[in-house]
Write a protein that binds this ligand. Structure first.
Ligand code: GRG
Length: 308
């Protein structure tokens, strides 16, 4: 199918109110995170304040929303998926805190606020990231466990997505590619790891919390992989088309540090077509759900059309 038709084929159920869905899911996730994390008054207060500062700074909560939506698509209950949704958000926030450090991207702005190390200093920011990563596993361990998916499966899933073969590995490849000219397949390698792995893990964990069938897990993996790649292509596009105020983080940073991105390698128009094609593949992956994955469809469309 030509790229244009593929883009037009992205038409999920129009009656689904995604804004209301995302708001409800973000509120529920925020309440759960607040309950899971040590209060800001617990000693040593600096670390708990620093963890909470970045966690509640106003992220879009896309990974938890994907986790909860995947659980629902498989007939599961939101409450059972919640510890896993919170765990992925803790890992995501840790990665952002560390990514912003002077030793990495050296950024001043994140989620519309000064970055963690700007407020608390570098040492505390490193520790806040470390503590959030550890907190993720503490929270995930509090899930119920399911007949087909034990606590061991859940821990393995989270550890593999965030370790040196995926999230951390992607960040290493990204750092090493700065200032170099790389191929599209090398860029895909980076995106699969630094972005798609955790998004895919979020979707898979949602399915696992609903004790999903092996066929459903394969479909969710396919969906999460493609949505994750589309998410990063759009992120690259937004970096050159939006302002820092719109993004809540420094815009134009990729160009400034000569980061390899889709717009830099194939241009903006081709990047938009690639994102639409990836979203279409994500949609197609949901076929086995026969219309019962409306929230996942709507989130995929939002990922493609988002402006921040
Ligand atoms: C330091 C181990 C380590 C890893 C860092 C996540 C990451 C790897 C780096 C952040 C830079 C970046 C652009 C990563 C790709 C993932 C991504 C697009 C993050 C931003 O996610 P959003 O837009 O952020 O969901 P919010 O703030 O809305 O949660």
């Amino acid at each position: 199918m030509p790229a244009r038709c593929r883009a037009e084929a992205v038409t999920p159920c129009k009656s689904f109110d995604l804004a209301a869905y995302l708001e409800k899911s973000a509120s529920a996730v925020n309440r759960a995170l607040d309950a899971f994390l040590p209060k800001a008054t617990v000693k040593p207060v600096t670390i708990h304040r620093a963890m909470r500062y970045s966690l509640f700074a106003g992220g879009k909560r896309m990974r938890p929303a994907l986790c909860l939506a995947a659980a629902e698509a498989c007939g599961g209950r939101r409450a059972e998926a919640m510890p896993l949704a919170c765990a992925v958000e803790c890992i995501h926030t840790y990665s952002l805190i560390h990514d912003d450090l002077p030793a990495m991207d050296n950024d001043d702005l994140r989620r519309g606020k000064p970055t963690n190390h700007k407020v608390f200093g570098e040492g505390i920011a490193v520790l806040a990231g470390d503590a959030l990563l550890t907190q993720a596993f503490e929270i995930a361990a509090q899930c119920r466990g399911w007949p087909c998916y034990s606590h061991r499966d859940i821990v393995l899933e989270l550890a593999r997505a965030s370790g040196s073969l995926q999230l951390v590995g992607g960040q290493v490849a990204d750092l090493e590619a700065e200032g170099k000219s790389i191929s599209k397949s090398q860029l895909r390698y980076i995106h699969e790891r630094k972005t798609s792995a955790l998004l895919c893990c979020s979707v898979r964990l949602g399915g696992m919390s609903a004790n999903c069938t092996p066929r459903q897990l394969v479909a969710l993996t396919d969906f999460g992989y493609h949505v994750g790649l589309a998410f990063q292509v759009i992120d690259d596009i937004l970096d050159v088309t939006q302002t820092s105020q719109q993004l809540g983080k420094t815009a134009g940073k990729d160009t400034a540090v000569q980061k390899a991105t889709y717009p830099a390698i194939v241009g903006l128009d081709r990047s938009r077509r690639i994102a639409a094609e990836l979203t279409q593949l994500a949609f197609e992956a949901l076929a086995p759900f026969r219309g019962r994955a409306q929230a996942l469809e709507a989130i995929a469309q939002y990922v493609l059309r988002r402006d921040r």
